[in-house]
Design a protein around this ligand. Sequence first.
Ligand code: IMP
Length: 439
Amino acid sequence: MSCIVIVGAQWGDEGKGKFVDVLTEKADWVVRFQGGNNAGHTIVVDGAKTALSLLPSGILRPGVKCLLGAGVVMNPSVLISEMERVRAAGADTSPARIVIDRDAHLVLDYHIAIDKARERARGSDRIGTTGRGIGPAYEDRSQRSGIRCADLLYLDRMKERVRAHVIEKNKVLELVLGSESQVDFEALWSTLEQEAAILAPYVGNGSKIIHEALRSGQRVIFEGTQGVLLDQVHGTYPFVTSSSTIAGGASVGGGIGPRMIDSVVGIAKAYTTRVGEGPFPTELHDATGEELRSRGHEFGTVTGRPRRCGWLDAVALRRAVRISGIDNIILTKLDVLTGLRRVRVCTGYKRGKEVLDDLPALVHEYEGLEPQYLDVEGWDCDLAQVRRWEDLPATLHTFVREVSRLVECPISFVSVGPGREATIPVDVHPVVAGFVGAS
Ligand code: IMP
């Protein structure tokens, strides 16, 4: 039995998709355990890019099975079109390979309408959501009225519940949120009936399947989406998503006990980005920030929004390591920093005479914080073809070692390009090694 959880260790978009894909070489299952199509993963295989938002990143490795776990919120139309896309690219999308947990909740049109209307009503206090209906779907789950994938198997029973939701949400849209948008039940239902017929064969008992897979010695990867700092409870609240993005979320959303997890891998970018609103102490509003954005192609996979960019924040990353129990880090996009005269890492935040060593709890407490930096000399050589740690420049070695020291966590791999092959082992965690054929 071998089970790893992979989480984004910052505010999302750290390059998780690539590494879930790299680590699927020897995996039997990849499990999504939270979030929905607010996520965006770009995987590059032999130069061809595939952007996914709901299907687990293992879908592009033939033979790897994929589970959308109970903690996921699933938009049926998006899943069906994504399956069509990867099928056209040659992937097997049969129910023998893809399972949707019966307990996962659905995202329907009214969730999307409410998400958008609520953001508009918030005005300057908006969160900057992806507008995909994720928060409202989780709200229904919390208030125990949500529609689940298992309901797709009982359309007659489900119909009146969906109708009641539409009536209620239309009232909220009009009377509470002042929106002109209304959801048409008949249109929603006729689409949903067709989608249910397509998706019904995929609905299964995910937690039982994964439990049995682990007990029979198979290798399972739990694929987190967004980032640990967007966790609904432990993130930069209220500028967070609505699910448990921390590694513990794999247990909650996948339906396995925490003791079944053998290793937690945190993916972190060599700098920091954030999409949407919310605190970001090391954000750069200058030419360097602009350069990171254009060199790193820092535009959202899902919404196309430009990402805010800044220096690597070791304070935030150390928090992510702590709250997720990350035991090894994969540091990505080092190639984007090539050519900079100096590279900075934030070591603490100064407020008056005090130096803070963790993110503050409240948004107003970020005001006036001055990040303190450790500067490392940059590097200026082409990393595209480098494949061994010892062939990387000495200054890059220093940068990576300093990050590891500051966040108190070993670095398993560094990544110097988007393709599977641009992945360099450093101090590979023994459990992770088993997933890439190194043991
Ligand atoms: P929601 O998840 O759409 O409700 O958005 C809440 C916050 O999470 C917003 O700041 C989004 O920009 C952010 N967010 C959601 N999904 C992702 C992601 O996959 N990458 C980065 N940020 C995300």
